[in-house]
Design a protein around this ligand. Structure first.
Ligand code: SAM
Length: 357
């Protein structure tokens, strides 16, 4: 971990001189190569349901948005998407959905995970697909159950570490303290733990973002998934607008680069929201130090109903088109694809080695 202090992080996030931003980018890219090599790993994402019991103000699939057509894939559809992912050399998948905590949902996720692990084993993937879950806050017993079924990574964004801003972004029944406790439960359940924030949320400051990076370091987070906040017409914050494209892109790229410099060997995703902002957003994220990306595997007919924000890219694209387009993007960013590899966060291995047994 680098020794950058809060004030230095604030300064780097505020850079506006193109030559200084380029120097930051190069430093982050070089550190990524030195600590993680030159490969980008894929996690094929299956957005298996948009049913949600929560009402996050920023989100297009929040429960109060009555304009969304709700859907849920069945186990075979989820497993089929994951097996396509395995056969295509992706190495890992992510199962993501709106949030539910009922017994039926918990059992459904467990069955999907177990089936994917069992049926994706092959000569090229002797342990089967790596599986990341991104299905929100659950009880520690549920996390353990899904871990036993075969999931080994979990993404749960803290969204912002400023508790006052968190409270403005969520209804009162969702709170910062329980979100943080969920991250601790995930760590205690043996997952590689991923978190992240939205960048450029109305009311957020550069000081907040610098504190977010300090939080990632202090919490020993293994994986980072963060992206620009993009307005959603179906969210409750549409009237607040969003940052202009170029400053938002620049801020998001600087966040990736500074997070890399501070955290070193964690996995950092070049997220879909970056590509929604500008068509080459994922390449830019990779050029600034990201080493993971998440091709979309959701069957095309459902993608339009999983719009967390407006302007989601590749809504009409099939997964095969996604595959060929994305490799070109990775190569153009000066990286190779880590085909048929899990590409786990080296930080996780180090963290586990250091923990008392
Ligand atoms: N419900 C689960 C959770 O909260 O972790 C998983 C699904 S949730 C839709 C996934 C992520 O989408 C959230 O963590 C949030 O950061 C992101 N998201 C939602 N609305 C967004 C928006 N308008 N702009 C950018 N990201 C958004």
């Amino acid at each position: 971990m680098s020794e950058l202090n809060h004030a230095e992080i604030v300064r780097l996030l505020g850079l506006s001189d193109p030559a200084e931003i380029e120097a930051l980018r190069q430093a982050a890219f070089d550190l990524t190569t030195a600590r993680l090599g030159d490969k980008v790993h894929y996690r094929g994402i299956v957005e298996f349901s948009n049913h949600c019991v929560l009402d996050c103000h920023y989100c297009g699939i929040r429960k109060s948005n009555r304009t969304v057509e709700r859907y849920a894939l069945d186990v075979e559809q989820v497993v089929d998407a994951a097996l396509w992912c395995a056969a295509s050399g992706y190495g890992s998948c992510v199962l993501q959905s709106g949030e539910r905590r009922d017994a039926r949902f918990i059992g459904f996720v467990e069955e999907c995970v177990a089936e994917i692990r069992r049926r994706s084993v092959s000569a090229t993937l002797p342990q089967g697909l790596g599986i990341t879950l991104s299905v929100g806050e659950q009880s520690i017993d549920t996390y353990r159950r899904w871990r036993r079924a075969g999931a080994h990574r979990y993404l749960l964004r803290i969204e912002t570490t400023n508790p006052a801003l968190f409270a403005r972004l969520h209804p009162p029944e969702q709170n910062f303290v329980s979100r943080l406790a969920a991250l601790h439960d995930l760590r205690d359940s043996g997952y590689q733990v991923g978190t992240g924030v939205m960048i450029g949320v109305p009311g957020q400051t550069v000081d907040d973002l610098a504190a977010d990076i300090g939080f990632f370091a202090g919490e020993e987070i293994d994986m980072i998934g963060m992206g620009p906040y993009l307005v959603s017409a179906g969210g409750a914050m549409a009237a607040d607008g969003m940052m202009a494209t170029q400053p938002l892109l620049s801020l998001a790229c600087k966040m990736i680069a500074v997070t890399r410099l501070v955290l070193g060997d964690v996995n950092i995703a070049a997220t879909t929201a970056l590509q929604a902002l500008v068509p080459d957003g994922r390449e830019r994220g990779i050029a600034f130090g990201a080493n993971v990306t998440m091709p979309n595997l959701t069957p095309a007919e459902f993608r339009k109903n999983y719009q967390l924000y407006d302007g989601k890219p590749c809504i009409d694209e099939g997964r095969a088109e996604c595959r060929s387009c994305l490799e070109g993007r990775v190569l153009s960013a000066g990286r190779r694809v880590g085909w048929n590899e899990w590409g786990d966060s080296p930080h996780y291995g180090r963290r586990v080695d250091q923990e008392p047994s």
